[in-house]
Design a protein around this ligand. Structure first.
Ligand SMILES: NC(=O)C1=CN([C@@H]2O[C@H](COP(=O)(O)OP(=O)(O)OC[C@H]3O[C@@H](n4cnc5c(N)ncnc54)[C@H](OP(=O)(O)O)[C@@H]3O)[C@@H](O)[C@H]2O)C=CC1
Ligand SMILES: O=C(O)[C@@H]1CCC=N1
Length: 264
């Protein structure tokens, strides 16, 4: 039995991925704070929706998917109800395995995960790190759960905040880029729908080339950039506006925010 505690956007994305990967609804228990949310999950997936204590009691694997700010109270609620040997998988940004271990007591195995919303289309990037009492078998269990919905990479926990900033938040940067490029199309007089199509297909094509060609992004970009041509005219403006420096600062800010989150 797998329990997902705090089934909001990320919890539901994981839940739908597990169902697509072949888990049967009766093998999954979900929890939510609002009754209408609980009802929606029950209807949409046919899973059991209970309270946190009940879900924690009967699950071998417990996925914690509440906001970092809600983690301490959730851990206090489930601590007395954990079955011996249950694996705790936390997907919350910034929350360390030490934070979870200290509040659950005993030698509870904890795996920290940072995934991202492309889990909805089985293209997640999930990075995982073991807590003090998590064994190879626990890491493998987390990998088995996550690999049907995307790529999984093991990283030292010291790199989790950086990974949160890069791949956890990463999809948002690409959506933001698409919004900005579509706005540029509007500025040039393109219809909005056509501009969105053009930009979306360009980003999908570029992403697939990047993933499948094995080429470095610089090589791929140079192949588009003709001497004296249009692309270099655009890149000169991006450099003038320090877009690269803005990315370095932005992702560093996200890493710092991830570090702050566990302390509330
Ligand atoms: N969104 C993303 O791209 C990513 C998010 N994450 C992490 O995932 C976690 C969840 O984020 P996200 O899904 O965006 O947030 P949401 O607010 O969508 O989901 C959190 C859910 O937890 C529920 N909840 C809160 N407290 C309790 C409780 N005590 N018992 C049961 N349910 C509870 C909330 O209920 P209610 O709605 O009723 O308040 C809500 O449905 C965060 O820790 C975040 O850091 C990680 C990677 C990517
Ligand atoms: O913005 C956030 O805090 C979460 C963590 C990574 C992506 N979304």
């Amino acid at each position: 039995m797998i329990a997902i505690l705090g089934t909001g956007k990320m919890g539901e994305a994981l839940l739908s991925g597990l169902v697509r990967a072949g888990l049967r609804p009766h093998e999954i228990t979900a929890t939510a704070r609002r009754p209408e949310r609980a009802e929606a999950l029950r209807e949409r997936y046919g899973v059991r929706v209970t309270d946190n204590a009940e879900a924690a009691k009967s699950a071998e694997t417990i996925i914690l998917a509440v906001k970092p700010q809600d983690m301490a109270s959730l851990l206090a609620e489930i601590a007395p109800h954990l079955a011996a040997g249950s694996l705790i998988i936390s997907v919350a940004a910034g929350v360390t395995t030490g934070f979870v271990e200290a509040r659950l007591g005993g030698e509870v195995p904890v795996v920290r995960v940072m995934s991202n919303t492309p889990v909805l289309v089985d293209e997640a990037m999930s990075v995982i790190s073991a807590g003090e009492h998590a064994s190879e078998a626990h890491l493998k269990r987390a990998e088995d759960l996550l690999s049907p919905v995307g790529k999984v990479l093991r990283i030292p926990e010291s790199q989790q905040d950086a990974a949160t900033a890069l791949s956890g938040s990463g999809p948002a940067y690409f959506f933001y880029l698409v919004e900005a490029m579509v706005d540029a199309g509007i500025l040039l007089g393109m219809p909005r729908a056509a501009a969105l199509d053009m930009v979306t297909q360009s980003i999908v094509g570029a992403a697939i080339m990047l993933r499948d060609s094995g080429e470095h992004p610089v090589i791929l970009r140079e192949a588009v950039t003709s001497p004296g041509g249009t692309t270099i005219a655009a890149i000169a403006e991006l450099e003038r506006h320090k877009v690269r420096a803005a990315f370095l600062d932005a992702i560093e800010a996200a890493r710092d925010r991830s570090r702050q989150l566990a302390s509330g």
